[in-house]
Ligand binder design. Structure first.
Ligand code: HEM
Ligand SMILES: CC(C)=CCC/C(C)=C/CC/C(C)=C/COP(=O)(O)OP(=O)(O)O
Length: 331
């Protein structure tokens, strides 16, 4: 509140700049505001979400997508995820205020008001759906809308505060971007994008529980029923191991259905082998070092696995049968 009133005072002072110093202060405040609004979108997380949107665009067609289609799809994806992330911070403002990791965010630190954050989040979300509908196609726009609603209402509004399985079920929201990328090109969904969805779905629990293990006390203080808070460390280590095995199986399955070729197979074996190695290390010698390593590696893993899919596609042509059955909107 103190910071908020300091900024309000500064804003008042620069309303009528009388000198170069006044103009400089006005520019500095504008930069601060732009940086706060950008922070609300969680840009680093969006960067990885967009990798999982971008690569499927190359898998979905026989030819590479046009630059314009890539631009509009990624812009829509940025606006949708940015809008969802912003509304998440409006809904979670009480939790974010309690947790050390999140208390410096623009809303809990008082640099923006709840009304400003909510308005910005809704505006970005609406803009994303309209823009995708007009510039890409209705299926892509509806998938983005489903992602926003799933994340904001189902995960943030309900599951996060009520269930230890919050991020298992809620992980479905973060798995929608590959469907968005695929639908942007194919204008339909089929089995391969469902596998891409499942890869991100099974990746999410080890990715998040590693972080939650390190932030266990903060989640407890905020009253958020994350798995490590309610069942303890050991069962969480086991769940991480279990999901790492499931991730290995689900990421290899498309190879056996003829959807990917040898380049992907080799990369997926190495990347999943390292993932499993980290998960086993946590199980055998539980330490913050091992947990942190898995969390950091999980980010690299997902980017590289999707990159491997794209490179594999340059050398391997999947049979048409691998893409059926398919789902298409009736309009
Ligand atoms: C329900 C699903 C998910 C949950 C609960 C979750 C949770 C988190 C949390 C709490 C952080 C720490 C953020 C911070 O330090 O401020 C994080 C980091 C991150 N997450 Fe996730 N995540 C999920 C899904 C995803 C997905 C689907 C992606 C991308 C495909 C992703 C990408 C990232 C990235 C890139 C970071 C690092 C951000 C940074 O270093 O600033 N997450 N995640
Ligand atoms: C297509 C589309 C728009 C899909 C939505 C994808 C999306 C925005 C996923 C976000 C995943 C994520 C960062 C969850 C963390 O929430 P948290 O509240 O647990 O994290 P926090 O404590 O850091 O706020």
């Amino acid at each position: 509140m103190q910071l908020q009133s300091t900024i309000a005072e500064s804003m008042h002072k620069v309303e009528q700049p009388t000198s170069e110093a006044g103009m400089g202060r006005e520019q500095a405040l504008l930069r601060l505001a732009v940086s706060d609004y950008l922070t609300l979108t969680k840009p680093r997380i969006i960067a990885l979400l967009l990798v999982t949107t971008f690569v499927p665009m190359f898998l979905a067609g026989n030819e590479p997508p046009s630059l314009a289609l890539v631009f509009w799809t990624l812009l829509g994806g940025f606006l949708a995820a940015g809008g969802a992330n912003t509304i998440n911070q409006y809904v979670d403002r009480d939790i974010d205020y309690v947790m050390v990791r999140t208390r410096r965010r623009p809303l809990p630190s008082g640099r923006l008001t709840p009304q400003q954050v909510l308005a910005f989040g809704i505006a970005l979300s609406l803009l994303s759906v309209l823009q995708l509908w007009w510039t890409v196609n209705p299926l892509t726009a509806l998938l983005a809308l489903a992602g926003i609603l799933y994340y904001v209402i189902f995960y943030t509004g309900i599951l996060k505060r009520t269930s230890t399985q919050n991020i298992v079920i809620g992980g479905g929201a973060g798995a929608i971007p590959p469907l968005v990328g695929w639908a942007a090109v194919a204008n339909e969904l089929s089995l391969l994008p469902i596998f891409l969805f499942m890869i991100v779905f099974y990746w999410t629990p080890p990715h998040f529980w590693a972080l939650a293990l390190m932030r266990r006390k903060e989640y407890r203080a905020a009253g958020v029923p994350m798995l490590p808070v309610l069942v303890g460390e050991r069962p969480t280590h086991l769940q991480i191991l279990l999901y790492s095995v499931l991730l290995l199986l689900i990421s290899l399955a498309p190879v056996f259905l003829g959807m990917f070729g040898p380049v992907y197979l080799v990369c997926a074996l190495i990347l999943n082998g390292l993932f499993l190695w980290d998960a086993v290390a946590i199980w055998r010698v539980p330490s913050n070092g091992h947990v942190w390593r898995l969390y950091k590696y999980s980010l690299l893993y997902l980017a590289l696995l999707f990159l491997a899919m794209g490179i594999d596609h340059l050398f391997y042509t999947m049979p048409a049968a691998a893409l059926s059955p398919s789902f298409r909107l009736p309009f």
